[in-house]
Design a protein around this ligand. Structure first.
Ligand SMILES: Cc1ncc(COP(=O)(O)O)c(C=O)c1O
Length: 342
């Protein structure tokens, strides 16, 4: 796909030469024995960034989310989240399949979350109804077009969670983007959540890896769940080194990806297909009123060297990242506007 302009996802990035060097030189050990110093350093670093006691390195964001959900919601009890949340859309029913977790969702609103709607859904403990145990939000919201949930809304959710003795989880696969877009310190986000999952392999450009962040007690229990799920890795320091490199070098530069997404959005806006205001690195397209549907647009774009994601019959998505240059963004904008004009 090297000669194509790949805007399907920020997961398509490849490690840079400097990142590969960091990986090659990593000190490693057996992480199931707790002896990989690079993994241990990454876990300590990420925990500190979010002001929590501990963190756990996992092979994927899905595993990190699912470990957190199993820690927060007992089998048969309930999780509340957006109907479009990654945890209930793309994680293959894992909360139910592995954790026995029941999920109840609010209508998909992305980052435009109304805390009162969530508060009204909470079911108290009792023998007659499934008790709510946790609320999960996604920051930034992937299917919500990369929207950023405002800090005040998150504070409201924390109050609701405290009032109902519930836990609050953040799927923070792209929390770095929210931090850069809104200037909210990572520790301020961290202070609001019982657990967070954060990804190194999306916008940050590492090849593999996510972490669950939380209290030492929860992360200790999370380590057992990770092993049970087959996520105990051995000389994982090679991967953790890529993550440490990404944290040191690839957070501030996310502003470039946001600017690229804004440029694409500006070019496409006159065609009336932008689903929402672009805040971060995702440009969501709503083709309901367009003359062509999402698969047709994607096929036409692919024929001209631009890859985009089809999320539904009339929904598509472009994502900017480390591996697309400014010139390629301009080329993609020209290609897409030509197709939309036809
Ligand atoms: C918001 C969000 N959460 C979690 C994940 C899961 O990450 P992974 O693909 O590493 O399992 C993704 C993947 O794109 C995501 O967009």
């Amino acid at each position: 796909m090297a000669d194509l302009i790949d805007l399907r996802s920020d997961t398509v990035t490849r490690p840079t030469a400097a990142m590969r060097q960091a990986m090659a030189g990593a000190e490693v050990g057996d992480d199931v024995y707790g002896e990989d110093r690079t993994v241990n350093a990454l876990e300590a670093e990420v925990a500190a960034m979010f002001g929590h006691e501990a963190a756990l390195f996992c092979p994927s964001g899905s595993m990190a989310n699912q470990i957190a959900l199993q820690l927060l919601v007992s089998p048969g009890a309930e999780l509340l989240c957006d109907a479009d949340a990654h945890v209930v859309t793309y994680e293959m029913g894992a909360a139910a399949a592995y954790g026995g977790v029941t999920s109840r969702t609010w209508p998909p609103v992305g980052a435009e979350l109304d805390a009162d709607v969530v508060a009204a859904m909470v079911r108290p403990d009792g023998y007659w109804a499934v008790p709510t145990r946790a609320i999960a939000v996604e920051q930034t919201h992937n299917r919500g077009g990369g929207g950023v949930i405002p800090l005040d809304t998150l504070r409201e959710l924390r109050r609701i969670a405290d009032a109902g003795q519930l836990a609050l989880h953040c799927d923070g696969a792209r929390i770095w983007h929210a931090h850069v877009a809104d200037g909210v310190p990572l520790a301020s986000y961290g202070a609001l959540f019982d657990t967070l999952s954060v990804c190194l392999s999306k916008g940050l450009g590492a090849p593999v890896g996510s972490l669950v962040v939380g209290s030492a007690d929860r992360i200790g229990r999370g380590r057992v769940i990770r092993k049970r799920m087959g996520g105990g890795m051995r000389q994982a320091g090679i991967l953790a080194a890529a993550g440490r490199y990404a944290l040191a070098h690839h957070i501030d530069r996310l502003a470039d990806d946001h600017a690229k997404a804004a440029r694409l959005a500006e070019a496409i806006a006159p065609f009336g297909v932008l689903a929402t205001t672009v805040r971060t690195n995702i440009v969501p397209l709503d083709l309901t009123k367009a003359p062509l549907d999402a698969p047709t647009l994607a096929a036409a774009a692919r024929a001209e060297g631009v890859l985009i994601s089809v999320l539904g019959p009339r929904t598509a998505r472009l994502v900017t990242h480390l591996d697309v240059t400014d010139t390629q963004i301009d080329q993609a904008a020209t290609t897409l506007t030509h197709i939309l004009r036809r």
